[in-house]
Design a protein. Structure first.
Length: 205
């Protein structure tokens, strides 16, 4: 990658990044032409290739940028400092909503990229994901207070179930033509309320 990309005004950088997220979130890696990214960004294809040597480099940059902004936002919302699992999940959703306002198509791109099967990029994506997965999120689970839950529950399994349900709901929302972030937060707050009823100890337990 040409470092001169970072000398562009932030507004221009964001235009290219959002164009990449928008185009690559609509189809598989193989079927997304780089020319469409350039067109969306309002620049020539040759200029895009001046900043990124090829399609793979652009795609992996977009993925790494997605990871970077997610980690930064999760830390800003202090998600991994919580000892309450439900508070951690709520702050995580709030962080993702914050990202959506600046990068509307980043969430759908991230899901598409994670499940991408093209051998040109799939291994790199999974390697990067595993590096990300083994950072703050893993340590955060160890900080959770297990005494708040009903006896006999596997906390790791509880977290995974809620995480997958959250991602599934987010996937459905991201496929809509327009994302109502207020509705998203309201729905997710209700989901957390339901999980609390199911998994937390009651006063008589």
């Amino acid at each position: 990658m040409n470092d001169k990309f970072f000398t562009l005004p932030e507004e221009r950088q964001q235009a290219v990044i959002n164009a990449g997220y928008r185009v690559f979130s609509q189809n598989t890696y193989k079927k997304c032409p780089v020319g469409e990214v350039a067109k969306e960004a309002g620049i020539s294809k040759s200029l895009l290739f001046y900043y990124f040597r090829n399609k793979k480099e652009l795609y992996l940059f977009l993925w790494e940028n997605c990871v970077k902004i997610t980690v930064e936002c999760m830390n800003a919302y202090r998600c991994y400092e919580q000892t309450d699992l439900f508070e951690m999940l709520l702050r995580g959703m709030q962080a993702k909503i914050h990202i959506m306002h600046k990068y509307p198509d980043a969430g759908l791109f991230a899901i598409k990229a994670f499940y991408e099967k093209d051998p040109d990029v799939a291994a790199d994506i999974q390697k990067s994901y595993n590096r990300f997965k083994n950072t703050d999120a893993k340590d955060a689970l160890a900080k959770l207070d297990p005494h708040q839950f009903r006896e006999g529950l596997d906390i790791q399994m509880v977290y995974r179930e809620m995480y997958l349900a959250s991602e599934g709901y987010l996937w459905e929302m991201l496929r809509l033509p327009y994302i109502n972030t207020e509705q998203l937060e309201q729905d997710f707050t209700k989901m957390i309320g339901f999980w609390k009823q199911v998994f937390l100890k009651t006063s008589d337990s």
